[in-house]
Design a protein around this ligand. Structure first.
Ligand code: DUT
Ligand code: MG
Length: 152
């Protein structure tokens, strides 16, 4: 399903020297976000840096959110994941889209200017309307959790 996403280009190199984020295939869920750096960045093991993507988005619809997720290849092979593990983009956020890049690996990693470092996924959101109750209707699980159902 398509969602009309308002995008503001904040870095003029985006869409000129580097392609705008796009879906790689018809079935891709994620739009790859680029690190719009002035120069390559050496990310030391353990370091996290907030990187600009060169763009802002306004999702506008409260029933939709953005999630910034790591790219599998970078995360698995190089330990380049997100400092906040997952980035959540509120539908009313209009500021610059930022990516917290964390090198959880044990070797330095060089991020190139314009490198695709993370991906943006739009997801449906249900917002909670609290109904205060004294008791819940009994469920099969009840309060059992945290491994209560075993491992096999
Ligand atoms: O990886 C991220 C995570 C968040 N944001 C922006 C969009 C989001 O809507 C806003 C706030 O994020 P969040 O609510 O997760 O952070 P917070 O620490 O609770 O900040 P705030 O008090 O502004 O809500 O920051 C990003 O650009 N990149
Ligand atoms: Mg918040």
């Amino acid at each position: 399903m398509l969602h009309r996403l308002e995008v503001k280009i904040l870095d003029p190199r985006l869409g000129r020297d580097f392609p705008l984020p796009e879906y790689a295939t018809q079935g891709s869920a994620g739009l790859d976000l680029r690190a719009m750096l002035d120069e390559p960045l050496d990310l030391a093991p353990g370091a996290a840096e907030l990187l600009p993507t060169g763009m802002a988005v306004h999702i506008a619809e409260p029933g939709v959110a953005g999630m910034i997720l790591p790219r599998s290849g970078l995360g698995h092979r190089h330990g380049i994941v997100l400092g906040n593990l997952v980035g959540l983009i509120d539908s009313d956020y209009q500021g610059p889209l930022m990516v917290s890049c964390w090198n959880r690996g044990d070797a330095p990693f060089r991020i190139a200017v314009g490198e695709r470092i993370a991906q943006l996924v739009l997801v449906p959101v249900l917002r909670a309307e609290f109904a205060l109750v004294d008791d819940f209707d009994a469920s099969e699980r009840g309060a059992g959790g945290f491994g209560h159902s075993g491992t096999h």
